[in-house]
Design a protein around this ligand. Structure first.
Ligand code: ASP
Length: 635
C-alpha cells in the first residue's frame, strides 16, 4: 500500500461519469420499456446496473506480445457480444427515443427480468498492479454519486489486486444497501476461451436479480464476500477463494444464494462513503530467523498500523525476547499491530503459549481475518478521525463488514422439537421425528410467522423467532418481507428493529413496491421519516406515476396523503400522463385545503397541462375568487 497521502488525481480513474449516462436515468424509461417490449408480461421488471470499468485482463489486448490495457475497448467488445447485449432490444429503445444515450441490455433473463446497464470506462484503464488508494477513493465517490440512480454496481477490475480493492471498498462503503460486485477475468473478453463473458454475465445477473447489500466478488460461478477473498491461483479460471467463509452464492444450474450468511448493515443511517484511509499501514510476515533490525525498522514512525502475519493459530517466537520487546514498545507508542495467521485458513486463538506471548506484547488478535482485509481494516480504523485508542481496539476486534467471525453473535438457538408450541403442534400433526425434518418445517414456516408478527406489531415474537435462527429478511409468498408488512401497518418500533437488524429497504414485493412505498401508501409519517433517514428513495415509480398518485390524493381531498409524499420529498411540480399537476386537479375540483397545501410546497400555478391550461388560467376561467385570492396571497 502506498505511503503517499490520499489525494484526488486527475490522471487517475477519477473522471466523472459521462453525460450519455443521463438518458438511462430518465424516469420515463420504465414507461417506454413497458410499451415497447412485446415479451413483457405484467410481472416483467427491469433492473438498472452501473458497470464501472477500471481495466484488468478482461479488457486487455495483446500489444507487442504482452497484454496491455486498452482505452475505449471494453464497451465495443460488449457491444459485439450477443450474450451480453441484446442489440435488437436496445435499438427499439433507441427508436423510441433518439436522444437516448447508449444503454446495454442483457437478453431476457429468468423471472422475465431485463437488466439494463450503463458502462462507464475510466479514461485510463489500468493493470490492477497500478491501482492506487486514490483510485479506491474515486470508485467509492462514484458509487455514492450514482447510488440512487442504479439498483446495483458491477466493477471490472484486474485480478491481481482485486481482493485488496474489494476489501477496501467494503469498509469505505458505510450502511450499504445495494450490491457492489467486483469481477474480472483470467483471459481477455475478446479471446475465444475467455472466462470474462461468464464472469461479467454472472455479476450482472446477480446484481440485477438479488438485493445482496455487500461489496462482493464474483468469479468462476461463485460470489464471495469482498473482504474474505484472496487470489490463490494465477493459471486457472477459479482464481479466487474465500477460505474462511463459504461463497455467498453459487451459479450452477440454479442460482443458490445463502441468505443466512449475507452481511447486512444494522443501522438506520443512510449510505455514505468514508474516503479517508490511513496509508501508514503495512504487512509484516514472520519467518524463522527474522532479525530484530528488520522488525524495528518496519515498526518505526510513520508506521501506525501493522498486520503481523504469524504462524499457525496466531503464534510467534516467544523465546525471542528482542522481538517481543520491539512489538511491545511499538504497541505502547500507539502502533496498532493486528495478528493475522499465515495459514490460508483458520483463526487466531490464544491456545498456545507462543500466541499468548504476542498478546502480552500488545498484539491484537485478528480472529479469522485475511491479510487483504486486515490491511484495509487498519487503514479504515486509523482513517477515522477522533477515535480513542480504546475505540480503535474495539473496532478492530468487532465484525464491521463480515470480515471476521465473532462467535457470540452467531450463537443462536436452533429450533428443536421442544421450542415452539406452534411448531411442535405441526411437527406432531405431520408425524415428524427427526431434527432434519423439524428444520425443514421451521425453514418453511419461519418467514411466514415473522411476517405475521411484523404485521401484528408483535415485536417480542419477532425477537423470539430471530433468536431461534429466523432470518428477518426472508419474504412471504408475495415476496413481502417483515419490513413491508410493518411499514404498511405503521409499527414504528418493529420497523426500527428490522432496520437495526439489516432488513433491506430496497426489496421489492411481487407488485414492485418497496417498504418505503408501503409507508407512503399507508400514510405512516414516522415510518416514512425513519426509512427516508435510512436512505429510502423512489426506485421504480416514474414522475408520471407519482403525479397520478398525487392527483388521486387531491381528488379525495386527502391532505394527509399529500403530506406523506411531501415527507418522501416528492416534487409537487411533477405532471401526469396528460401534463396535469396535482394543483390542476385541485383547482378543477375546488379542493381548497389541497390548493393551500400544494402552493405552500412549491406547486406551480403557471404550469401548463397538455391542453395549455395552467391552474391559474383554470381558476380565471372558472372566475373562482377564493382560489384567485389564495394564488395572489402566495405570489
Ligand atoms: N495483471 C492483471 C491485472 O491485475 C491480471 C488480471 O487482470 O487478471 O490487471
Amino acid at each position: 500500500m502506498s505511503c503517499r497521502p490520499i489525494r484526488r488525481c486527475s490522471s487517475d480513474i477519477s473522471m466523472k461519469l459521462n453525460p450519455s449516462l443521463q438518458p438511462l436515468l430518465d424516469p420515463k424509461l420504465s414507461d417506454k420499456l413497458r410499451k415497447i417490449s412485446s415479451q413483457d408480461s405484467v410481472e416483467s421488471s427491469e433492473s438498472r446496473i452501473l458497470v464501472m470499468f477500471t481495466g484488468g485482463t478482461l479488457g486487455m489486448a495483446r500489444v507487442d506480445g504482452v497484454y496491455t490495457p486498452q482505452k475505449d475497448y471494453f464497451s465495443q467488445a460488449v457491444r459485439r457480444n450477443p450474450n451480453l447485449h441484446d442489440k435488437e432490444y436496445a435499438n427499439k429503445l433507441k427508436e423510441y427515443d433518439e436522444a437516448l444515450g447508449e444503454t446495454f441490455v442483457l437478453p431476457l433473463c429468468s423471472h422475465n427480468r431485463r437488466i439494463l446497464y450503463c458502462i462507464f470506462e475510466y479514461p485510463e484503464p489500468k493493470d490492477s498492479c497500478n491501482i492506487s488508494i486514490e483510485d479506491w477513493r474515486t470508485l467509492a465517490e462514484d458509487i455514492k454519486e450514482n447510488y440512487e440512480k442504479f439498483d446495483g454496481f458491477v466493477i471490472i477490475h484486474g485480478t491481481d489486486t482485486m481482493a485488496y480493492t474489494s476489501s477496501a471498498l467494503s469498509f469505505m462503503c458505510e450502511n450499504l444497501g445495494k450490491p457492489v460486485i467486483f469481477t474480472g477475468s483470467q483471459v481477455p473478453l475478446e479471446e475465444i476461451r475467455s472466462d470474462g463473458r461468464e464472469n461479467l454475465l454472472g455479476a450482472l445477473y446477480l446484481a440485477g436479480h438479488y438485493v445482496i447489500p455487500e461489496v462482493s466478488l464474483f468469479f468462476d460461478k461463485k460470489l464471495f464476500r469482498g473482504n474474505r477473498v484472496t487470489k490463490l491461483v494465477n493459471n486457472q479460471f477459479d482464481a479466487f477463494d474465500s477460505p474462511n467463509l463459504d461463497p455467498l452464492a453459487r451459479m450452477e444450474v440454479d442460482v443458490i444464494v445463502d441468505w443466512d450468511s449475507i452481511f447486512r448493515s444494522k443501522s438506520t443511517e443512510k449510505f455514505t462513503v468514508h474516503t479517508h484511509l490511513n496509508c501508514n499501514v503495512g504487512l509484516l510476515r514472520l519467518f524463522p530467523g527474522i532479525t530484530v533490525q528488520t522488525v524495528r525498522s518496519f515498526l518505526q514512525h510513520p508506521m501506525q498500523g501493522v498486520v503481523l502475519q504469524t504462524y499457525g493459530a496466531g503464534n510467534g517466537p516467544s523465546d525471542r525476547k528482542d522481538l517481543m520487546t520491539e512489538f511491545k514498545e511499538a504497541a505502547d507508542r500507539g502502533v496498532l499491530i493486528l495478528n493475522c495467521t499465515q495459514c490460508i485458513k483458520g483463526v487466531v486463538s490464544n491456545s498456545y503459549e507462543t500466541g499468548k506471548a504476542l498478546m502480552d506484547a500488545g498484539v491484537i488478535p485478528g480472529a479469522d481475518i485475511n491479510p487483504e482485509a486486515a490491511l484495509a481494516k487498519l487503514g479504515y480504523v486509523l482513517g477515522k478521525p477522533g477515535l480513542t485508542r480504546q475505540q480503535q481496539l474495539e473496532m478492530l476486534q468487532s465484525n464491521l463488514r463480515g470480515e471476521i467471525r465473532v462467535f457470540a453473535e452467531e450463537e443462536v438457538k436452533k429450533f428443536s422439537l421442544e421450542d415452539s408450541k406452534f411448531i411442535q403442534a405441526i411437527v406432531q400433526t405431520l408425524n415428524i421425528s427427526n431434527s432434519r425434518e423439524v428444520k425443514s418445517v421451521s425453514t418453511a414456516l419461519l418467514p411466514l410467522l415473522m411476517c405475521a408478527s411484523a404485521k401484528n406489531g408483535d415485536l417480542n415474537s419477532l425477537k423470539y423467532y430471530k433468536s431461534m435462527g429466523g432470518n428477518l429478511s426472508l419474504c412471504d409468498y408475495d415476496q413481502r418481507s417483515p419490513l413491508h408488512l410493518a411499514a404498511a401497518e405503521g409499527h414504528i418500533d418493529v420497523v426500527r428493529y428490522l432496520l437495526e437488524n439489516g432488513t433491506s429497504i430496497y426489496d421489492r414485493d411481487r407488485y414492485g413496491n418497496t417498504p418505503f412505498m408501503e409507508s407512503i401508501r399507508c400514510r405512516h409519517f414516522e415510518v416514512i421519516k425513519l426509512i427516508k433517514k435510512t436512505g429510502g428513495h423512489f426506485i421504480r415509480e416514474t414522475t408520471k406515476e407519482l403525479a397520478s398518485l398525487l392527483c388521486s390524493a387531491v381528488e379525495l381531498g386527502d391532505v394527509a396523503g399529500l403530506e406523506a409524499f411531501a415527507l418522501a420529498e416528492v416534487d409537487f411540480k411533477c405532471s401526469d400522463y396528460t401534463g396535469r399537476t396535482a394543483l390542476h386537479v385541485a383547482v378543477t375540483l375546488k379542493k381548497i385545503e389541497c390548493i393551500e397545501y400544494l402552493i405552500e410546497r412549491g406547486a406551480d400555478i403557471k404550469a401548463k397541462d397538455g391542453n395549455g391550461h395552467s391552474p391559474l388560467s383554470l381558476a380565471v376561467a372558472a372566475d373562482n375568487k377564493q382560489i384567485l385570492e389564495l394564488f395572489e396571497a402566495y405570489q
